[in-house]
Design a protein around this ligand. Structure first.
Ligand code: ADP
Ligand code: MG
Length: 748
């Protein structure tokens, strides 16, 4: 047992002498004072001068700008690449570069940045100046096609999972023409940002974007085969679409900086349950507080300028929790925009004296934050391929695409679970506020009924949607949705798309999108191959062969469909009976990326090579270990240097109080002192235990290390926390060093 912390039994503990309130100049007290006296120094926006609607795409090198500024031929070529996936021709780059440069410089840009998305899940930028000395004592702005197309950031410190050793550190950024370039404004200058892929010298993907693009290509290839069978050989690109809903918390920056845990881990590692939490549901969809609304208006305006089509905002369930959602876009653009959205929320929050927390579980005992990723696929001519129409049982093409998704999710549950695995999301999944760690598909009444009929041999009817009548004559009757919602399902059909609800609020949506695109490509491939063979090219045979195929798919994979309460214990038992995976933690889930099936899946569709897949497994494991290690260090440091000293100050006050009373001859009991003394001992012991355990696994084997984090360190950290949280309810409030949950969540 580690006994490094010596409990002082005398009253001479520094800062606690004479039982004075020596700690009262605490960061907490100043934070509370600053927050309650908050006055915005941020100038209000002049939203009437240029209405936000007029600003949409103002800072984007959009197709409209391209059309205006590029020679017709070049413009057409570029559009063919963007809209039809045609190979990009290098000779056009110089012309485009010069047009982008002129446009950016007119907007005040002096620098350009290749923006890329390393495997950390964050956004990275390398900035270069347009300006070069002209040899005559001045400087000129230059930007060539090759500078547009390719960059070489050093980037050797980004994790590569063994793909590239530092001695062979060449990594390239490559212009992604399908994601528009944009201008980022700062009060002191303007930068042209160019979204890029980030690859190694060998062409291997070191980033999140490259696999998204590859998986979209795979999905298109296989979807075209299905559309061909249905006689839709128009060749229009089938794109996967994504609409991510982002949940987040806002806290005042003064509290944030008074909490080392928020500052370094993004979540609170200590903090007793506040007297009032979210039980009244009075925050949910409530009136948005003024200061928050000011932040939202500004953030949305900035996002609008960047071409991000923000649509929805509201208060979420927990106090201090909010949501923002854009309209859906092509998966690749939606992914880039999602990253930019998180950055913009953080930047704008700062201007309003707040910090935007995107961690999945900033506050224990309150709802965590997710990022529901709405996903579908469609083409210009076919529209949304997951649109069932009024009578889904007659919509053979829809049924096939939908069944392909069901098969994909069942067959690759492990992969879907692994792409949402992270240390942060572990606090959320399966905790009765977010979907369980068991992946299942919610279809709703109407589709479930249709697919049940299909299981029995064929569907002949669809339950009609009906009309919603409310019983008050002044309210108009409404057409009813075909099915209700299910908030407990990780993968829910919501009318014309699937909503992957298990994604964490801090995660890049790239991983989930790559997984969905690839597993569905695999299913579509399976279906196309079967139907092509069975019909021998005879369209008349399609209907009967399709019927057989759908019945087979539903019989083999229907076990993944579950419309009930995903939070219930019965579901856990039932899921086990059905043979579904229940991968509770990151450590349980990540191995799904290394199974022979996963390797075959990703290599077959050329989305990730075995080495690229292995590198992701390694990096995600490493990130998990690093996150827990930071939390471990913070737990120990805060417990020893903030909580323990406060507690023994209080204890010495109690001691001197008892001594004084005794001296005066009072008869009293020492109940509080005894209780505090017990807890001090438990606190000390649990810190000691944690410190010891921290030294116990110095293995080179990352899997062993991750297991140690999950099964040994986290429970011990929780033990330290639970004693500290109990003490928070006893120790004199003026001595408690950390802003409390009550303060952080309710003082606005
Ligand atoms: P809710 O909270 O009711 O689930 P929101 O309006 O917050 O719905 O978000 C729904 C998201 O789904 C939006 O981003 C919307 O654009 C997106 N969405 C709608 N249709 C599609 C589609 N075909 N593909 C992908 N996303 C879609
Ligand atoms: Mg929503």
């Amino acid at each position: 047992m580690n006994t490094e912390i010596q409990q002082s039994s005398s009253t001479t503990y520094p800062g606690a002498s004479n039982g004075s309130k020596a700690s009262n100049g605490s960061a907490r007290a100043s934070a509370v004072a600053a927050v309650t006296g908050y006055k915005s120094s941020h100038p209000p926006m002049n939203f009437q001068e240029i209405p936000t609607g007029d600003l949409f795409n103002a800072n984007v090198f959009s197709t409209k700008v391209m059309k205006k500024r590029l020679p017709k031929e070049i413009y057409k070529k570029l559009i063919r690449t963007i809209e039809e996936g045609e190979k990009l021709d290098c000779s056009t780059a110089d012309v485009v570069a010069s047009a982008i440069k002129d446009w950016a410089i007119e907007k005040g840009a002096t620098h350009y940045a290749h923006v890329f998305y390393p495997l950390t899940g964050s956004t990275a930028e390398k900035h270069d100046s347009f300006l070069t000395p002209d040899g005559d004592g001045g400087a000129i702005a230059e930007f060539s096609g090759s500078q547009l197309i390719q960059g070489e950031p050093d980037g050797s410190s980004f994790p590569t999972g063994g793909i590239r050793a530092t001695f062979e550190a060449r990594g390239y950024t490559i212009w992604d023409v399908t994601s528009p370039a944009y201008i980022l404004e700062n009060s002191n200058g303007v930068t042209l940002c160019i979204p890029t892929a980030f690859v190694s010298w060998t062409g291997e993907a070191l980033d999140k974007k490259t696999p998204v693009l590859r998986s979209m290509q795979a999905l298109n290839t296989q979807a075209q085969r299905i559309l061909n069978l249905f006689g839709h050989a128009d060749g229009n690109l089938v794109s996967s679409t994504a609409g991510p809903e982002q949940e987040y918390f806002l806290v005042d920056r003064n509290f944030y900086y008074a909490r080392p845990d928020l500052l370094n881990a993004g979540r609170t590692l200590f903090g007793a349950k506040p007297p009032k939490g979210q039980e009244f549901d009075d925050h949910y969809f409530g009136a948005i507080p003024d200061r928050v609304l000011a932040f939202m208006f500004e953030a949305e305006r900035e996002l609008f300028k960047l071409g991000i089509p923000i649509k929805t905002r509201h208060n979420e369930v927990a106090p201090g929790q909010f949501e923002i959602a854009p309209l859906f876009e092509s998966a690749n653009i939606a992914t880039d925009h999602q990253q930019l959205l998180m950055t913009t929320l953080r930047r704008t929050a700062e201007k309003h004296g707040m910090v935007c927390l995107t961690h999945e579980k900033p506050f224990a005992g309150l709802n965590g934050s997710g990022k529901h990723v709405n996903w579908s696929m469609g083409s210009a001519s076919q529209g949304n391929l997951l649109n069932p129409g009024e009578t889904p049982h007659k919509n053979a093409q829809f049924l096939l695409f939908c069944a392909a998704v069901i098969r994909a999710v069942h067959k690759h549950q492990g992969v879907l679970r692994s792409v949402v695995a992270s240390a942060g999301n572990d606090h959320r999944l399966g905790a009765n506020e977010a979907p369980p760690a068991i992946i299942s598909v919610f279809l709703g009444d109407q589709l479930t009924d249709v697919f049940e009929q299909i299981k029995m041999g064929g569907a002949n009817s669809s339950i009609p949607r009906g009309t919603l009548t409310v019983g008050a004559d002044v309210l108009p009757p409404l057409p009813k949705d075909a099915g209700d919602r299910n908030r407990t399902s990780p993968f829910a059909f919501t009318g014309n798309r699937f909503e992957f609800r298990a994604v964490g609020s801090n995660q890049s949506i790239a991983g989930p999108l790559v997984a969905m695109n690839t597993i569905v490509a695999d299913s579509l491939d399976f279906c196309a191959t079967r139907l092509e063979e069975a019909t021998g090219g005879d369209p008349k045979k399609l209907h009967s062969e399709l019927q057989k195929l759908l019945t087979e798919i539903m019989n083999e994979h229907g076990a993944i469909v579950f419309n009930g309460d995903g939070y219930s214990d019965e579901w856990h038992a039932e899921a086990e009976k059905r043979g579904l995976l229940n991968l509770k933690t990151t450590v349980d889930a990540l191995p799904a990326l290394q199974t022979p099936e996963a390797k075959e899946l990703f290599t077959k569709y050329e989305v990730l090579s075995e080495r690229e897949l292995a590198s992701r497994h390694e990096i995600y494991l490493e990130q998990y270990i690093m996150s827990i290690s930071v939390e471990l260090n913070l737990t120990i440091k805060m417990a020893k240097t903030m909580i323990f000293p406060a507690v023994i100050r209080y204890q010495s006050e109690l001691v001197s109080n008892c001594a004084n009373l005794k001296m005066l001859g009072y008869d009293f009991d020492t109940l509080t002192l005894d209780h505090v003394t017990d807890l001090v001992k438990t606190l000390q012991d649990s810190i000691g235990e944690l410190e010891l355990a921290a030294t116990e696994c110095e293995s080179d084997d990352m899997v062993a290390e991750a297991n140690h984090c999950c099964n040994v360190l986290l429970p011990l950290m929780n033990k330290v926390r639970s004693v500290a949280d109990e003490l928070e309810g006893i120790v004199a409030d003026d001595l408690w060093p950390l802003p409390t949950y009550q303060e952080m969540l309710f003082i606005k």
